[in-house]
Ligand binder design. Structure first.
Ligand code: SAH
Ligand code: TYD
Ligand code: ZN
Length: 406
């Protein structure tokens, strides 16, 4: 596909600053017989010279990604499951106190967040186009509409069910390139004093941690407070609150309300000032240089360990690992397999480099000498449960913010 040089938010010019080369779809885990039809595209990101939005400069069709077999299950991490439960319980005492409040989630996946609200009897609806996870959500008592959230589907819900008091979305808005239709949908469905809240990886955390593996061809945007505010204002909303989150390898929760409906909290000005103090363009160019350094160091380390006869296994078949393994060229010659708790990924091959994915039991049978931690955003949870691996002499290899052995 031709490179996208026009900003998806404001139409300004996007200048590319990082090219991760030819990449598969980060969540496209393959059956061995499907290798031949594998889809590849160039993966590169740039920054809009007008509104500063950092975004992909290529575009994959959404149906290619969010299909019936979409393998990502929100419930795969107990830490995230707790985050969703806490978020839902918090909303019950803040935004959802009025009788018959209506809550809409964009990208409800297997219902990890909505189940808590469903159990509390809140009127709700989850938009989830990926059939497999949508069915799981239904089994958990969640009301699901198996569609993409966009202007037409949102308007349809408004016509039949009335306005939403809260529209919420976690780790999804940055995966939606059709911004005008998305925010047109929010405009069509949100009540006059309602809020649109979304949580996504935060640009400055990605830069600080050099976590270039957050870049994948499913995530069109890396949001900052500055760029989200510009986006909100362009489509008739104010950015009224922001909150940093430990989740998503460093995320931000953005709260939007209709223009003039709510007074922004001091956090918005504070974070804008913090971002304003950063030389963004230089930071992005330095980031691109660090990414190349990480690639060289990681490949050196893996090759040296293999030359010494060590065994290396990947831990967590994350979407993130796709960018790293494909950019660095880490195939089965360097990493024997990847263990992962998600049943839908097990028995398949990782995209592009084709590392076999096995269940967690394979990790201990026997323990490898080294484990390359692809799910580094869950490091605490994983190192706590894998203490026996350490006790057996096993070592963790980390690659963000730099390559090191622990
Ligand atoms: N909210 C979950 C899932 C994030 S993955 C979590 O935080 O764990 C992104 C999800 O959004 C996928 O389940 C995908 O199918 C869904 N999605 C993608 N585009 C969407 C759209 N336009 N409307 C609603 N859901 C969408
Ligand atoms: P996730 O954090 O969503 O990263 P990405 O968005 O890059 O895919 O995915 C975490 C993956 O790691 C998921 O496939 C489940 C797996 N996992 C394990 O195998 N063991 C664990 O203990 C945890 C927490 C996750
Ligand atoms: Zn722009």
């Amino acid at each position: 596909m031709a490179p996208v040089t026009e900003c998806r938010v404001c139409g300004g010019t996007v200048e590319e600053f990082l090219d991760l080369g030819r990449q598969p779809l980060a969540d496209a885990f393959l059956l061995p017989e499907d290798i031949d039809g594998e889809y590849f595209d160039r993966l590169a990101i740039g920054r809009c010279t007008t509104c500063t939005m950092v975004q992909l400069t290529e575009e994959v069709q959404r149906e290619r990604v969010f299909h019936d077999d979409y393998p990502y299950h929100s419930s795969g991490s107990s830490v995230m499951a707790e985050h969703f439960t806490r978020t839902a319980l918090g909303l019950l005492t803040t935004e959802l106190t009025k009788p018959d409040a209506f809550f809409v989630e964009i990208g409800c996946n297997d219902g990890s967040l909505l189940r808590t609200l469903a159990e509390s009897g809140i009127r709700h609806l989850g938009f989830e186009p990926a059939g497999g996870v949508a069915r799981l959500a239904r089994e958990r008592g969640v009301r699901v509409r198996p569609d993409f959230f966009e202007e037409s589907t949102a308007a349809d819900v408004f016509a039949t069910e009335g306005a939403a008091d809260v529209i919420y979305s976690t780790d999804t808005i940055s995966q939606i390139p059709y911004v005008a239709s998305l925010l047109g949908g929010v405009d069509a469905l949100l009540s006059p004093d309602g809020v649109f809240v979304f949580e996504d990886p935060y640009l400055w955390d990605v830069i600080e941690k050099t976590s270039f593996d957050q870049v994948c061809n499913e995530r069109f945007f890396l949001f900052s407070v500055r760029s989200v505010r510009a986006m909100a204002e362009r489509f008739g909303f104010d950015l009224v609150d922001v909150e940093r989150l430990a989740a998503y390898g460093g995320g931000m929760r953005y709260t939007l309300a209709r223009t003039g409906a709510r007074t922004p909290t001091p956090a918005v000005a504070r974070l804008l000032a913090e971002e304003g103090g950063q030389a963004e363009l230089k930071a992005l160019t330095d980031f691109a240089a660090s990414v190349t350094r990480i690639r060289d160091n990681l490949i050196d380390l893996l090759r040296t360990l293999k030359a010494d006869g060590k065994t290396i296994v990947g831990y967590g078949a994350t979407a993130k690992s796709s960018a790293v393994t494909n950019f660095c060229g880490i195939g089965p010659d360097l990493v024997s397999f990847v263990c992962d708790t998600t049943p839908a990924k097990q028995g398949r091959l990782t995209p592009g480099v084709h590392l076999p994915v096995r269940p967690p039991t394979a990790f201990a049978d026997p323990y490898p000498d080294y484990a390359l931690l692809f799910a580094w955003n869950h490091a605490e949870e994983i190192t706590a449960k894998e203490q026996e691996f350490r006790a057996a002499g096993g070592k963790w290899i980390m690659y963000v913010p730099e390559v090191r052995v622990l």
